[in-house]
Design a protein around this ligand. Structure first.
Ligand SMILES: [Zn+2]
Length: 703
């Protein structure tokens, strides 16, 4: 595989590539900033519409979302059961906001929430609502006066279209948006009359029906949006990362605007990269179309939130930084306009300064495609349906791997398991399969073909042990490729986890000194012995009492890693849940093993490298203006648990990036520091130094 191929492929995105050369670029693909004040029932008598519109204009946003309905109408609707808010009176609040935004040249998206309605609707249309197994309607926990509607009923095909068409008929809007549908986080569990006819909730067959319904409704609403004008479109609230409910590849085909409702962290144990990780998910499925991450300036988190109070400015800023670095469009979200535009102006001014800064550099944030040599297979089916050993989660696998990738400063993309075709994999020298348990025979074949073309693979634990319907295979689907054979069921840990005995030298063991033993994982799939193993399993034993804490036996021929080389293709399989155990235990042996293994499979010829101190998540992009290298500084005590209180700047970062021979670099501009960096171009690569990074730096390479 030509490791420079990443630069000579045709640009697979943005303006033009998905359309004929003469077609204009749809407006939504030129959006660079978005704003939303989520309106409350009280806002018709509180919000100052002119001040609201001026604020968004001052942020240079290209579009605002304006509430049509959550549970309450913000205009004089005639649709039955579309209840008007008690402060609306005779006012056309939506219309006033829509006109004020349009007068200032901003696009207006009509925002709806189809998830809840009131008791009068329940009485007249009992068939619209979700039911528990006893047939009782399901209520909203925060306010039990509200009942949860069911997406499989005519609520979605009669009631919602009636509102959409009424809004189309009254207002100069540019698109329709639904909040709270499709459901985020988990699929509905409903026993209404419609749902009783569906396969069991949570099953793969149910998922099939759920996806069918989602696609059908999406197409219906999009066709209604286009009844207004052909440039209009429909989109919905998404996000949810890899474990998103609806099939992401199907949505990627439909979705003009991938709206990620991933608004921020609280004080819970959530790693800092939540937004950047979401951006990678979008890049894997959006085929270069627009994605945005909704960043809440208000206080996100659990167990409590403050919708009208600002979160820490540093936490808000890193989320916006991650949005841009991962190729998404920043979206500023606030709730409620009491006393004009809210009483806490910390929600307003910092983001205005931030957006003014991004607006100066739009060409550098308009990405064409990522520069990366590693593809991490996402495994949406595995995240939704695989049952890990007790106490384990798939999120732990992804976070462990993510940490190793960040600490190792690798340049990687996510790749959806339904997009393993040769064209989509061309740019990668290696693929990583972090316990991607569910893989179809066809997907296993695509992975074998990738290796056959010289690609390398790193897999862990139960990867390929299940088919796409979550049926367990007798042996790994990728057994032949990795040269492995399953020798038994999963072994867990009772006290002291297994250890690995070093049998011989290998680059994956670089840096281990003065020991014959290193840490193993919490769980492993026993595999049969292989020739010349480099690490073998020393079985676990009790941790307490200490008298029993010794290896017995102290040696086995069961491999703890299996490696192979076929020409350029390097293959490494860890039978342990190594990335997950590393995440849970923090063990540095596992971290080193993972990073060494990633480096070994990726090969020496990385397209970009960034060297220096600190924990940095890095992205590189081909942009409208040339290229850009983004550095996010995660060196912070708030890295694993929100919020950031302040930033801790890091020093010099030395960047080296390969460039196509046809490229002439004019300047390297550090967008955050607002100064140029001296650079050198030598042997097809540019090198320069970023002197310091506070929270974020973008080295924009003008060509
Ligand atoms: Zn139902």
């Amino acid at each position: 595989m030509d490791r420079r191929e990443f630069l000579v492929l045709p640009a697979a995105s943005l303006a033009g590539s998905l359309f004929g050369a003469t077609d204009p670029v749809p407006w939504q693909r030129t959006i660079r900033r978005i704003g939303q004040l989520n309106m409350t029932e009280h806002d018709p008598v509180e919000l100052d519409v002119e001040q609201w519109a001026d604020y968004w204009k001052s942020l240079k946003v290209d579009a605002v979302l304006v509430s049509v309905t959550g549970i309450l109408a913000f205009y004089q609707t005639k649709v039955p059961f579309h209840r008007k808010g008690k402060y609306l009176g005779s006012r056309d609040f939506f219309g006033d906001c829509c006109s004020a935004a349009k007068k200032r040249g901003m696009h207006v998206i009509a925002r709806m929430s189809p998830d809840l309605n009131w008791a009068d609707a329940l009485a007249a249309h009992p068939e619209w609502f979700q039911r528990d197994p006893q047939g009782q309607p399901l209520t909203q926990p925060d306010d039990p006066r509200l009942y949860r509607t069911c997406m499989f009923t005519s609520y979605m095909t009669d009631y919602m279209p009636a509102i959409m068409r009424e809004v189309n008929s009254l207002y100069d809007i540019d698109g329709l948006f639904t909040n709270a549908w499709p459901p985020l986080g988990r699929m509905p569990v409903c026993s209404c009359e419609q749902c009783r006819r569906l396969p069991a909730a949570g099953s793969i067959d149910y998922w099939g029906k759920f996806n069918e319904r989602t696609v059908d409704l999406w197409k219906l609403y999009d066709s209604i949006a286009k009844e207004k004008k052909k440039e209009n479109f429909y989109f919905a609230n998404l996000g949810g990362g890899i474990g998103s409910t609806a099939n992401l590849v199907q949505l990627g085909e439909l979705c003009e605007w991938f709206q990620c409702d991933n608004q921020g962290r609280g004080g819970d144990e959530t790693p800092i990269w939540g937004c950047a990780m979401q951006g990678r998910v979008c890049n894997a499925v959006q085929n270069g179309k627009m994605a945005t991450n909704v960043t809440a300036a208000w206080s996100t988190g659990s167990p409590v939130r403050w919708r009208n109070i600002a979160k820490s400015e540093a936490e808000d800023r890193i989320w916006l930084d991650e949005t841009l670095a991962s190729g998404m469009v920043p979206y500023h979200h606030i709730v409620s306009g009491e006393t004009g535009i809210g009483e806490d102006h910390r929600l307003l001014d910092p983001v205005r300064r931030y957006f003014e800064w991004t607006a100066k550099h739009d060409a550098h944030f308009t990405t064409k495609r990522s520069v990366a040599n590693i593809g991490v297979v996402m495994g949406q089916r595995t995240h939704l349906f695989y049952k890990p050993p007790r106490g384990a989660t798939m999120a732990e696998h992804m976070n462990g791997l993510y940490l190793a990738l960040v600490e190792g400063r690798f340049f990687f993309d996510f790749v959806h398991e339904e997009k393993l075709d040769a064209g989509n994999l061309r740019k990668y020298s290696a693929l990583v399969l972090p316990n991607i348990a569910l893989l179809s025979d066809a997907q296993c074949r695509q992975l074998r073909e990738f290796a056959g073309r010289g690609g390398s693979l790193l897999a862990t634990f139960e990867t390929s042990l299940y088919d796409e319907r979550n049926r367990k295979r007798a042996d790994f689907g990728l057994a032949e490729l990795f040269g492995i054979q399953k020798a038994g069921e999963i072994e867990g840990t009772n006290g002291n986890a297994f250890s690995c005995r070093i049998e011989r030298d290998h680059p994956i063991l670089d840096g281990f000194r003065d020991t014959h033993l290193i840490a193993g994982a919490e769980h492993r799939v026993p595999v049969k012995p292989v020739d010349r193993p480099i690490l073998t399993v020393v079985p676990g034993f009790p941790a307490y009492p200490p008298e029993l804490a010794y290896p017995n036996p102290s040696h086995s021929d069961e491999p703890a890693i299996v490696v192979r080389e076929n020409g350029k293709s390097r293959l490494a399989y860890f039978p342990g849940d190594i990335e997950r155990t590393m995440w849970r235990s923090g063990h540095t042996d596992l971290d080193r093993l993972l990073r060494n293994a990633l480096r070994w499979v990726a090969g020496e010829d990385a397209p970009v490298s960034v060297e220096g101190q600190g924990i940095v998540e890095a992205f590189a992009w081909e942009t409208q203006a040339g290229f850009a290298v983004h550095l996010l500084n995660y060196t912070n005590p708030g890295m694993h648990r929100g919020w950031l209180r302040e930033f801790f700047p890091i020093g010099q970062q030395r960047v080296r990036m390969k460039l196509p021979s046809s490229v002439r670099v004019k300047r390297v501009e550090l967008l955050r520091a607002e100064r140029d960096a001296p650079f050198r171009v030598d042997q097809g690569a540019i090198t320069f130094t970023v002197p310091a990074v506070e929270d974020y730096e973008v080295a924009a390479i003008h060509v």
